[in-house]
Every structure is written in structure tokens, then in C-alpha cells.
Design a protein. Structure first.
Length: 582
């Protein structure tokens, strides 16, 4: 597809957004038959019910995103699910359940033949092709039902102005519209199942990284049906949501909104020190606060063997399924952060077993209250350094400390330095791409490509041409050596900025695997007053290699060591200084 074609996609997205604002009076929005609940209080999963509900969930999502009557806003798909669900649950066997679902499909009406609808033809820019789950598998659904689904697929007319899915102007990411919230924090069984079906199908058709998910996404639907149906309270429901989100391996996909019950279940208290995995061990790196002489009892470089009697490997296994991240290194980092669960508990007193100087020690200490504004008092590997000139006339720039407009002063400070180290071991919401370009880039080299959803073909993602830098040749660009520091804290906009810096001739990335989470975020409303996000378009290198999950290309791998933490060294920074001096 040409660049012009992708520009048209964005333009059509603007038109679709305009059409979306006029959908308030559609029959789907005025249908209040199930406005607050499904009126299904319990779901008994016996015999083949999980298989039948799996088929129902896949059918529901297929119709939601393919049937013209749904696209036009004539049918409320939540209400449609809550109408047929009791019949499927009451069906005495799978044949009977299939008959119920076939009559249900007939109720949507047969679409008119779509003369302008064309089959999507796979090309060299196709990133993803549609996956319809088990709907067209042999011996799953009746042939007569599969034929009806195939007719709907070929005559869907899915595209502009869809009631439930549109394109965000300017970015091309999916916007999920007209999704009811169902504010009850503990939704009834039918709404809990809707929550699973809703998110699963959004990922099935509109997630550009589904092919990178380790598990089989089709299997995940059936695996989690019991988890959602059997949740007995708000905490169990929110935990079910978190387990679902974690499966897509996207750091953006964590739970937001009314999550106080889940946060309290994770633990109101946290160990008063920071820790990181290195050399396959969990190692103390610093402290949040000095409480009850913590600094004298727990020191940077101490190896943590157990927490309250549980070994670290057991704790990793325990929290693996509820720690959203895009790759394993980022998952370990998130697991021991203040928002992770490994260092938290609802018990204030803690007993930890550490190894120091080769000898085990049991230490009793008190946890401190979790505070989202917690500041590190002392962290051996935190990027707490201020932007400065290091010995040897080497510039050091802490990207995480920058605000809009700061680079003007920094540029003056760094003029004449023989090298510049930009520390991207942070997360920053500031977007200063153009300022970096005008200062550091000397050529108009491309640095990324996007993969966009194809609004006319649910499940298709196309790769756009490489994005040019849009900056003229710059004779006044910075002339010294340029090194960028990265690790698992490098994510989101920070990864995006780093990709641009990588397009500068001679730049080197030093450090370890980045978070592998970049691109604009699509928001997903889930029942129960909660919501989430996922990365809404693919971000690739100009050669179309992946950055999501895998992280950015590293030129020189350097990781903190236990000995370095004990000595108070920043070994990644030291390696960068050495490279500039070579």
C-alpha cells in the first residue's frame, strides 16, 4: 500500500469520528433492555458448556464487527448476547446449543449483497491476516451455520462509520465506541462473561501484536471462561480481568479506574527497599525510606532468597500471570516495582532471608505503606543524576528530568563536548522529538514504520512505508559521539524517542532489553468501572522488524552486576564513558 493510501486511512478516520458523534439516537444506543445488568446471576459450567460458550463468544465478536446491521447501529450487541445466553446455557447438549446459536444468527438478518466489497488480497505489506477462531473449523459448528457466516464475511461492508469501531484521526489506532460501562464493581455473571468476550474479540480483530503473544489466543478464551464465571466478588473479578490483560503481553494493558479492591488485595504495604533482578538473583539496590534502621539491616547488593518463607522462584511463578509486561525482563522489573505484587503484602511485619558475603541471614523488618508518589532516598541503579558535564568533557543528559523547552539550555551546555550520553533508563511523558531532531540529526533518515488496522477488513493490519524524519540536512547538528543508555525502564514515548536517535549515524545503544511497549494506546472500557489500554498500532524499524515485545536493538549489552551495586557503581554509564573515550 502506498503512503497516499495510508493518508487516506487517516482522513477516513476523521470522517468516521464525525459520523460517530451522530450515533446517539441509533437503535443500539436507545435499547435499554439490559442497561445495568444481564439478569444472569450465575453460570453453571457443566458438560460441554465451556466449549459452547467459547463458540458463542467467537460468534458474538464476529457478528459485532462484520454484520452490516450492527455496523449501522441497529443492534445493541450487549443486549443481543444477554438475550441468547440463557438459551445456550439451558441447551441440554451441544447440538441443541448450536441450533440456538444458528437461530440467533438468523435474527440479525441476511445482509444485502455487497457489490463493492472485495476480498482482501495478501501482499508484501500485510502484517496480519484475519483469524476467526474456531468458527470455520471442520466439525465444530454445523456446515449450514458456517455457510451463513461466510456469506456475512463476504458481504459485511465493515468500514467507515461503524457503531462500535472507528479510526482515531491522526494516529490510525482503533477507537472502541459505544461500549457500556455497567458501573457495579462486581458485575453479575452475564456481564462478567461479556467483559471477557468484549476484550477477547477486540484483541482478535484489532491488536497489531496478537501474533507475538506466547500463548494461543484462541485457546485463552476457553481457558478463562471459568475464571470469569466463577468470580465470587469484586476482587476475584478484577483479578480475572488482570489475568486476561496480562495474556496479551503489553505493558499498557493493566487495569485502571475503580481498582482500589485489587490494589488492596495486592498489598497495602511494601518492603522499604528497592530491588532488581540481576545475575538471575533478586538484589537489593536501594531504599525508599529509612525505617527502624532498615539501611543497617538491608544493604545494596544483598541477595534476597526468601520473603516470608517463600522462595523467589515460587514468587515469580505466583505473580507471573498478574504482572502485565511486554517481555520477560520487563515483567520481572514490574513485579518488584511499587505497583507490582512481589514486595507487597497486607501484613506489615516481614521476614526476609538474604545472602551477604556468602552467608544467609534472616532479617525481620516492617513494611511501609504503599504510596504512588514514593521517592527513592538511595538507589544504586536509579537514574537520579542531573544533566551535567562529566569529567573529560562528556555531556550527560537525563531524559526523564526534561520538561518542554529544557533542550534549548541543554544544547548550549553541551556545545563543544566530545561526546553526549542520553540516559533513557526512565519513563517520560514529555514529547520533544522535534527538538531532538533539530539538535542532533544531520540527515533526513527514516527511523520507523507503522502497521495500521484495515478498517474494511477486521483482523487485517498493513505496514505503511517508512516514516521520513521531515528535517532538512543540518550542518549545525551535534558533532560529538552519541551514546544512549537503555534498560527495562525504557518504554513508551522513551522508546519512541530512542528509535529516532538510533537513526543518527554512529549512535550506539548501551544497556539491556527495553520494555518493548511503544505506539499510541487504544482505550478499552470494561464492565465494573474499570478500563485498560493496549498498543493500537505496530511500531517497526524501517526494515519492518518488530520492536514490540522484543525491545530495541542494543549495540553493546551491559547489565548491572551485584559487585557493581555493592561498590555503588553505575556500570552502564561507565561503559558509555569508556566508549566515548576510546
Amino acid at each position: 500500500m502506498s503512503l497516499k493510501g495510508f493518508i487516506l486511512i487517516i482522513v477516513f478516520g476523521c470522517l468516521a469520528a464525525f459520523q460517530g458523534r451522530a450515533q446517539n439516537n441509533k437503535p443500539a444506543s436507545t435499547d435499554t433492555s439490559f442497561a445495568t445488568s444481564s439478569r444472569i446471576t450465575a453460570i453453571w459450567l457443566h458438560d460441554n458448556k465451556v466449549k459452547e460458550l467459547t463458540n458463542l463468544g467467537m460468534l458474538w465478536g464476529f457478528i459485532k464487527y462484520h454484520h452490516p446491521a450492527v455496523a449501522q447501529g441497529n443492534i445493541n450487541m450487549d443486549a443481543a448476547l444477554f438475550t441468547v445466553l440463557p438459551q445456550v446455557l439451558a441447551a441440554p447438549n451441544t447440538d441443541s446449543a448450536n441450533s440456538v446459536m444458528q437461530r440467533w444468527i438468523d435474527g440479525f438478518g441476511k445482509p444485502q449483497p455487497c457489490t463493492q466489497c472485495k476480498q482482501y488480497e495478501k501482499s508484501n505489506v500485510t502484517k496480519l491476516m484475519p483469524d476467526y477462531g474456531y468458527l470455520f473449523e471442520k466439525d465444530n459448528l454445523p456446515i449450514s451455520l458456517q455457510e451463513k457466516l461466510e456469506y456475512i464475511r463476504l458481504n459485511s461492508g465493515a468500514g467507515m462509520g461503524h457503531y462500535y469501531i472507528q479510526i482515531q484521526p491522526g494516529t490510525g489506532i482503533p477507537i472502541f465506541t459505544n461500549e457500556r460501562q455497567y458501573e457495579n464493581p462486581y458485575p453479575d455473571a452475564g456481564v462478567r462473561l461479556l467483559s471477557l468476550f468484549r476484550f477477547w474479540n477486540m484483541i482478535q480483530y484489532y491488536y497489531p501484536h496478537k501474533h507475538l503473544v506466547d500463548a494461543n489466543w484462541n485457546q485463552i478464551l476457553g481457558q478463562l471462561i471459568p475464571t470469569f464465571c466463577n468470580a465470587t466478588n469484586t476482587i476475584e473479578y478484577q483479578m480475572a480481568c488482570l489475568k486476561l490483560l496480562t495474556r496479551i503481553q503489553d505493558a499498557n494493558a493493566t487495569l485502571y479506574g475503580n481498582t482500589q479492591p485489587l490494589n488492596e488485595a495486592m498489598g497495602k504495604y511494601i518492603l522499604p527497599f528497592t530491588a532488581q533482578f540481576m545475575e538471575d538473583r533478586l538484589v537489593v539496590t536501594g531504599h525508599y525510606k529509612d525505617q527502624l534502621n532498615t539501611k543497617n539491616n538491608v544493604k545494596p547488593g544483598d541477595i534476597i532468597e526468601q520473603i516470608d518463607g517463600l522462595g523467589i522462584l515460587d514468587l515469580i511463578r505466583k505473580y507471573m500471570d498478574i504482572t502485565p509486561a511486554s517481555n520477560y525482563e520487563a515483567k520481572l522489573h514490574n513485579m518488584v516495582s511499587s505497583t507490582g505484587a512481589m514486595l507487597r503484602s497486607n501484613t506489615k511485619e516481614a521476614t526476609i532471608t538474604i545472602i551477604r558475603d556468602g552467608k544467609p541471614q534472616n532479617i525481620k523488618l516492617n513494611r511501609i505503606e504503599v504510596d504512588t508518589t514514593m521517592q527513592l532516598v538511595d538507589d544504586g541503579i536509579a537514574t537520579t543524576k542531573t544533566t551535567q558535564i562529566l569529567p573529560g568533557n562528556i555531556g550527560y543528559l537525563n531524559h526523564g528530568s526534561l520538561a518542554k523547552g529544557d533542550l534549548t539550555k541543554v544544547k548550549e551546555m553541551m556545545a563543544g563536548t566530545k561526546g553526549l550520553i542520553i540516559d533513557m533508563r526512565c519513563y517520560s511523558r514529555v514529547y520533544i522529538m522535534s527538538e531532538y531532531k533539530s539538535w542532533l540529526k544531520s540527515t533526513n533518515a527514516s527511523y520507523l514504520r507503522y502497521a495500521f488496522m484495515n478498517i474494511n477488513h477486521p483482523g487485517v493490519f498493513d505496514i505503511a512505508p517508512a516514516v521520513p524524519s521531515y528535517n532538512d540536512a543540518n550542518e549545525n547538528s551535534y558533532k560529538g559521539k552519541l551514546i544512549v543508555l537503555v534498560d527495562s525502564r525504557t518504554k513508551g514515548t522513551t522508546e519512541f524517542h530512542t528509535m529516532m536517535l538510533q537513526s543518527i549515524p554512529g549512535v550506539k545503544l548501551v544497556g539491556s532489553t527495553t520494555a518493548g511497549t511503544d505506539g499510541n494506546r487504544s482505550e478499552v472500557t470494561l464492565p465494573g468501572g474499570v478500563y485498560t489500554y493496549f498498543s493500537g498500532h505496530g511500531v517497526l524499524y524501517p526494515g519492518a522488524t518488530e520492536t514490540q515485545h522484543k525491545g530495541l536493538r542494543i549495540d553493546k549489552e551491559v547489565r548491572p552486576s551485584i559487585a557493581g551495586i555493592i561498590a555503588g557503581k553505575d556500570e552502564v554509564l561507565e561503559a558509555a564513558i569508556k566508549m566515548i573515550n576510546e
